[in-house]
Design a protein around this ligand. Sequence first.
Ligand SMILES: O=C(O)[C@H](O)[C@@H](O)[C@H](O)[C@H](O)COP(=O)(O)O
Length: 324
Amino acid sequence: MSTSVSAAAVAALVPPLTGRRSPPASRVPQICRRRIRSKPRIFSSSPSFPIVPAAAMATGGAAPTASDAGSKKKLLIFDSEEDLAVSLAKYTAELSEKFAAERGAFTAVLSGGSLIEALRKLTEPPYLDSVDWSKWHVFWVDERVVPKDHVDSNYKLAYDGFLSKVPIPPGQVYAINDALSAEGAADDYEACLKQLVKNGVISMSAATGFPRFDLQLLGMGPDGHIASLFPGHPLVNEKERWVTYIKDSPKPPPERITFTFPVINSSAYVAMVVTGAGKAAAVQKALSDKQTSSDLLPVEMAVLQDGEFTWFTDKAAVSLLQNK
Ligand SMILES: O=C(O)[C@H](O)[C@@H](O)[C@H](O)[C@H](O)COP(=O)(O)O
């Protein structure tokens, strides 16, 4: 398992990304550290949730382009988790190819939880060989403040289930500094991101002034939380910080760091991977026509400024939706 170094080390060690070339792996240091029918079903829950043609999905043909993005939302419903995993791998691989070609790097953000298992097809043929893993830069939307070899660590979860099986240069995997307090780890991670923006590895959103990650792969809890942004917690209103911390997370462990909504909402692409009946009520609220602004779940506050937001769901997760 990789070890981490401080964010400050990135400034000195990660070379700027120029043109279409990413830093050679050797020069990059350790981090700062259904059976679906043949095609997924695409569902529109309200006029504000437009149907996007399946061709725009990674089901074949060209990968989606940034100019296609706008602020689109799509809901994909799979008959099985297996089919979801197949589609998610293809979607992710095509975005990797698109961003690697356009900017010489692909910035991918992971959450913890069941998302990692849903990414398993990326570690198998054809993607194991066809994806240009040297272009990947991996981040966490949230992390538990525990040692990286702790059973609760999102880094460990991702390393064991995904990162150890694909040849991403270790220096392009940005884990938190687990020697620091929650406050310190959040500051350190934000400093790391700022340095990587300076180096051109992470894009900036001209529209929001926050970093614009190429793809954020997120999960949602049964209570509608995403990242470590929980319903009713003041952190959901953070407008300045890129990364912040929580010491009273209702989901254990209590101490975590998390991206803020301005960073999540500046993404180019978000894949929201949600399966199981336990999440059906939150999915129903999030995709219902009757949204009220007073009691939004965190997942409802994930509204991209200029990007494409795709729900990857199974039948159980959408079982409470009408007209599915
Ligand atoms: O560290 C965490 O706890 C996660 O990042 C968290 O936001 C997770 O993604 C959701 O709770 C969904 O988890 P499941 O998919 O396992 O339900």
